[in-house]
Design a protein around this ligand. Structure first.
Ligand code: ADP
Ligand code: MG
Length: 233
C-alpha cells in the first residue's frame, strides 16, 4: 500500500508500495528511523486511516470495502490498540478502564476471560486502584489488558515502551511475549528501539516510507546494526 499526505508540490509520500504479511499468533516488530512511515503504516494497517492506494486485509476482510461505520465496528471487535501514551481515564478504576471498550460496545465482559487477562497482566491486586496510583509500567499493563479484553484478532502497539524506563519497558515487552505464547495473540509493534524490537519473532524495517528488509530472530545488536546502516542511506 501507499500513503500520500497532501497534494502537489507539498505532497509527502509517507509510504511507498509497502507490502507486508503478518503471521497469526506471531509477534512482529516494525522498525525504522523517525519519519520512516511507521505510524502511518500502523494507522493504515489497523483501519484508523485509509491508504491512498493498495489494500489492507484483516481477519479475512478488505478494509477498503467497509464503510466508516463498519470499520469502526471492526476496530472495536477485532483489533486492540496500545499507544505510547497509556490513554487511561483518570477517574475510572483499573477494572473499569479495562472493561470500558466492552461497555461502550454494549457488551458484557466474559468474566472468566477477564480474570485470565487480569492474571496474565499481573493486575489482580490492582483492580480497584486509580491509574494515578500505578507506576508507568503498570499503567501500560492496564492498557494492554484493555486491548485484549475483546479477544482481538490482532493487537497493534505504537512505541508502547516509549514513555517507560528500560526496566519497566522490558517488563511490558515480556508481557507481549507472554500473551503471544500463552494466548496465541497476534501482536504487531511499531518501535524505533532496537531492544524493544529484539523481543519480537521478526522485524520489518522501513526506510523513507519503503520496505527495506526483514530480520528473523532479532537480537538487539543485529537490529541496531541494521538501523545504523539504514540511517546512512
Ligand atoms: P514514524 O512513525 O516512522 O516517525 P510517520 O508515519 O509519523 O513516521 O511519518 C512519515 C512521514 O509522513 C513523515 O515525513 C511525516 O512528517 C509525514 N506525515 C505523517 N503524518 C502526516 C500528516 N497527517 N500530514 C502530513 N504529513 C504527515
Ligand atoms: Mg511514529
Amino acid at each position: 500500500m501507499s500513503k500520500v499526505y497532501g497534494q502537489g508540490a507539498g505532497a509527502v509520500h509517507a509510504l511507498r508500495e509497502v507490502s507486508m504479511q503478518f503471521r497469526r499468533g506471531g509477534f512482529t516488530a516494525v522498525m525504522g528511523p523517525s519519519g520512516s512511515g511507521k505510524s502511518t503504516f500502523l494507522h493504515c494497517a489497523a483501519g484508523l486511516d485509509r491508504p491512498t492506494s493498495g489494500r489492507v486485509r484483516l481477519a479475512g476482510q478488505d478494509l477498503a470495502a467497509l464503510t466508516q461505520k463498519e470499520l469502526t465496528i471492526l476496530r472495536r471487535r477485532r483489533i486492540g490498540f496500545v499507544f505510547q501514551a497509556f490513554n487511561l481515564l483518570p477517574s475510572l478504576t483499573v477494572e473499569q478502564n479495562i472493561t470500558l471498550p466492552q461497555r461502550l460496545a454494549g457488551r458484557r465482559a466474559d468474566k472468566a476471560w477477564l480474570a485470565e487477562i487480569v492474571e496474565r497482566t499481573g493486575l489482580t491486586a490492582r483492580l480497584r486502584h486509580l491509574p494515578a496510583q500505578l507506576s508507568g509500567g503498570q499503567q501500560q499493563r492496564v492498557a494492554i489488558a484493555r486491548a485484549l479484553v475483546a479477544r482481538p484478532e490482532v493487537v497493534f502497539a505504537d512505541e508502547p515502551t516509549g514513555a517507560l524506563d528500560s526496566t519497566t519497558g522490558s517488563e511490558v515487552l515480556g508481557l507481549f511475549r507472554h500473551v503471544v505464547n500463552g494466548l496465541g495473540q497476534t501482536v504487531i509493534m511499531v518501535t524505533h528501539d532496537p531492544i524493544a524490537a529484539s523481543h519480537a519473532d521478526r522485524v520489518y524495517f522501513l526506510a523513507d516510507g519503503g520496505f527495506a528488509e526483514v530480520l528473523e530472530r532479532p537480537t538487539p545488536e543485529r537490529v541496531a546494526e541494521r538501523m545504523t546502516l539504514l540511517g546512512r542511506r
